[in-house]
Design a protein around this ligand. Sequence first.
Ligand SMILES: [Zn+2]
Length: 363
Amino acid sequence: MAFSIILILVVLVFLYIKKRDNGSPKKENFNKRNKIKEEPITKIKNIFEKYNPVNLGESDLEKAIKNYNHSIYYIYKGKLESSTEYALLIGTSDEWVNLITLTRAQKPTYETYGFSVIQNRWSYGSKVLGAKEFRQFIKKNISEIKMLMTELTPIRIEKEKEKRLKIAEEEKEQKTYEEERKKEEAELKKAQKYFSKKINKNFKTVYFEYNQNKTKLESAIKEANNHYYDIDIINQTCSCPEYISENYKYDMNDVRRLCTHLNRIITQHKILKKSKDKLDQFILENLKYGILGVYKRKIGNNLDFAIILYNWSKNISVVTPKTNKDGFIMVEWKIEDNNWNPNRGGKKINEQIRVFIEKQFDI
Ligand SMILES: [Zn+2]
């Protein structure tokens, strides 16, 4: 019995040793194969150099490298079999190696292409001249490329962090901008409400006519025909939202009928006929879109003035005679500041008119 047990044990030990001896070479072979694929660090050839723009000369390739607008940390400059000079660049990406080489065009220029070392492919749409040669070269030097990419990991992480911070900042700015815009819109609505109370039966309009200059009219029509919106200069219509919601309500030749587009084309092509009325003429010369109404008044024999309200402005525009010469100037009452805007010649408003307006409109 004891002998049998010893015999069984001896057989088991023998089998175990045999198995171990059989296994070892296989494992070794497997490791060998793998090691060839991985290439140990000692086998990495140092083909890439640390990038320093100071080392660049003035060749077309070097100029293209200087114009490359991403960070470069390592660079390799080489030549294809066709003797085309090119550069491989390693930046902060752990996937893409960038290549600057000549295009396929008849007059080739240097262009940047990306090669993914993870997916082993060119970036979409790339038709790289010498693609196969580049691919083989990258494959041959993949260990060094991957090692350099790994080395750049801390910089990459830092850059990603910066990028996230920048995005957060931009989002914050966008939010502030939107808030400010909302605030401005609210202020404008408030001002418009204020205006609407003032726009009584005294607020009317100014009418315009086209002049007889056919060349100018034709060029205006031509511009209108080429416009994104459907603009008709003769019938004074436009397909823009502004016109459709507001301006259409007014008769032909009424300045209130002019949307941004009609106004711009009409004023730029100078197709308006001069008005005999000097005040009307000044208004037509300084025509702007979005007119809500025009209040015209004469004080005494010669003090003509006009108030113009616009749907886009928080200010009241006043056309008033110049204090010491002929002609008119435009001044503004700033509702926000409760004051005549000194930047727009507010100081020069005719005193009688100022008193009249402030009394009449309770401002
Ligand atoms: Zn329009």
